[in-house]
Ligand binder design. Structure first.
Ligand SMILES: *Cc1c(COP(=O)(O)O)cnc(C)c1O
Length: 301
């Protein structure tokens, strides 16, 4: 039954040329390796949602996402592996012949795609809209965009079992902040969690996430939003060059939407001596490599 994950995550020390002596240790937790199709943080956020379906004898998962969403791709593949149905409410309309590689993948894994206008999509967290959906699809477990629910947060907390005690900083990319929240809540207080937002004005998450962060942990995390490269899903040649040189030096493929922007930010902050020279930083590779399909021709991997 447990076909996912098919590989154990592991920690890999990294020594890019820009790290030299500025911090004591820089490592990467390779969650990207856990499964080719359900990679990175996505498996952890889905795990208890799938269990919920099985436990409540529901037919599958209904969730939300954009045309490049790693969450949709992972949900489609995971549901397929567990012989569950999956339905996606997709932001925007795409004709069958214009489907993005992500949506093609979803479809190939049996996901039903329901396209809605941006106006409708905006209602994704509204009680009325969700009620309507639950009446229409009573046999489905409705999971918010990005797996941002209690099941998602508690599954994400399990990532902490791979974070060894020697690190005083844990860095990761944030979208909804579900993974960060789960990790902050599950790690001891003496760790500082650094969240890197890949979109403009992502610092709003600092306050928004407080709702779900356990009391006493409100100062355990910090969100940086300086490295968005023009906005969510946007990139330039500087970022692509960085991804290529990082791969050449470290043999780690970063994704263009999330982890590349985090590592770019970390390089910048290390340059500026943001952290003391005795700092040990663990960067989490949250996966997302399927999203590189659109820039494949410009990457060396
Ligand atoms: C989805 C995703 C994130 C964001 O996860 P949240 O839990 O929504 O914050 C980060 N990195 C990658 C590669 C992702 O695919």
């Amino acid at each position: 039954m447990a076909t996912i994950p098919d590989k154990e995550p592991y920690i890999q020390d990294i020594t890019p040329d820009w790290y030299q002596g500025k911090v004591a240790k820089l490592s990467m937790l390779r969650l990207d390796v856990v499964h080719p199709d359900v990679s990175g943080n996505k498996w952890y956020k889905l795990k208890y949602n799938l269990q919920y379906c099985l436990g409540h004898k529901l037919n599958g998962v209904l969730t939300f996402g954009g045309a490049y969403s790693n969450h949709l791709a992972a949900t489609a593949a995971a549901a397929h592996a567990y012989k569950l149905k999956s339905i996606a409410i997709v932001k925007g309309t795409y004709a069958a012949e214009q489907l993005t590689p992500t949506l093609q993948f979803c479809k190939a894994h049996g996901m039903e795609l329901i396209f809605v206008a941006h106006e409708t999509y905006k209602q994704k967290n509204d009680a009325d809209y969700l009620h309507e959906l639950s009446l229409k699809y009573p046999d489905m477990h409705i999971v918010p965009e990005g797996g941002a629910n209690e099941e998602g947060r508690s599954g994400a907390g399990e990532i902490c079992s791979y974070i060894s005690g020697e690190y005083n900083y844990v860095a990761l990319s944030v979208g909804t902040g579900t993974t960060l929240t789960g990790i902050v809540n599950a790690l001891p207080d003496d760790r500082k969690i650094l969240g890197f937002a890949p979109m403009k004005r992502g610092a709003y998450l600092q306050d928004e996430l407080k709702t779900y962060i356990h009391s006493g942990k409100q100062d355990s995390y910090r969100i940086y939003d300086n490295w968005h490269f023009g906005g969510f899903g946007k990139h330039n040649s500087e970022l692509l060059d960085f991804m290529n040189s990082f791969y050449t030096a470290q043999h780690i493929p970063l994704d263009v939407v999330y982890t590349s922007k985090m590592m770019f930010g970390i390089r910048e902050l290390i340059h500026r001596s943001e952290w003391g020279s005795d700092s040990k930083i663990l960067c989490i590779h949250t996966g997302g490599l399927q999203g590189n399909a659109s820039v494949k021709d410009r990457l060396v991997y």
